[in-house]
Design a protein around this ligand. Structure first.
Ligand SMILES: C[S@@+](CC[C@H](N)C(=O)[O-])C[C@H]1O[C@@H](n2cnc3c(N)ncnc32)[C@H](O)[C@@H]1O
Length: 215
């Protein structure tokens, strides 16, 4: 009974919140679903856009561009925003570049091609108000360490997939998957305990950690 109620509530919210969605990128989401490219969940994107508005962000750093969906969604939603986004996969980088050219974002998205963990830091210039970490899930902690010097004090870090398909905290039949879940769990705990951040984990989409940099 309780489960049925919960489901109804989430369905209700999903229907209610789609009214605030911008469907300008519907074609891109459809393409990603067809090609099996993982994208941010719709409710997570809504939340991310709301954070951008709340902190009046001017510069966002995204790790993991894929086909450019989130970068475009943020840039289209906030006319003054500049997004720097890093992608290591050549095909994804080519696709995202083509998608950026199709939309009216006036050079407000900079694609940096390369591995975020080994890229020359001089290629990622400036200070950011928000960092969206959405690359390889076992590496989220390393991405944060690499780029946190460029996050302003009071800036926000959002990390996607921190609950990993509701599997976090469980053991599966796959050793490889268990290893990944352990790494995500370790990072979740480290970030919660890190005195340099105020962090809350939200059960939105696939799980979003939101951390505010204190110093
Ligand atoms: C979940 S997808 C990103 C989705 C995108 N943020 C969105 O919502 O539209 C993850 C992407 O991160 C990229 N990636 C993974 N590890 C990376 C790394 N070390 N450096 C740069 N890109 C990385 C993958 O190639 C993949 O395209």
């Amino acid at each position: 009974m309780l489960f049925a109620m919960k489901k109804t509530t989430s369905e209700y919210l999903e229907r209610l919140n789609t009214r605030v969605d911008d469907d300008a990128l519907f074609a891109l989401r459809t393409l990603a679903e067809k090609e099996g490219v993982p994208l941010i969940a719709a409710e997570s994107l809504r939340f991310l856009k709301q954070i951008v508005r709340m902190i009046d962000a001017e510069r966002v750093l995204e790790i993991g561009t894929a086909i450019g969906y989130t970068s475009l969604a943020l840039a289209l939603d906030a006319p003054g925003l500049h997004v720097v986004t890093i992608e290591r996969n050549e095909t994804m980088a080519r696709l995202s570049r083509a998608h950026f050219a199709e939309y009216d974002v006036e050079g407000r998205i900079t694609l940096v091609e390369g591995d975020a963990l080994s890229i020359d830091p001089a290629r990622i210039e400036g200070v950011f108000d928000l960092m969206f970490i959405d690359g390889a899930k076992a590496q989220s902690g390393r991405f944060l360490k690499r780029f946190e010097p460029q996050l302003r004090r009071g800036g926000v870090v959002v990390i996607d997939n921190v609950l990993f398909r509701e599997l976090i905290g469980t053991r599966t039949a796959s050793r490889h998957l268990n290893q990944l879940l352990r790494k995500i769990d370790t990072f979740n705990r480290e970030l919660i305990d890190d005195p340099a951040y105020d962090t809350v984990v939200h059960p939105i989409g696939d799980g979003l950690s939101v951390a505010i940099k204190k110093r």
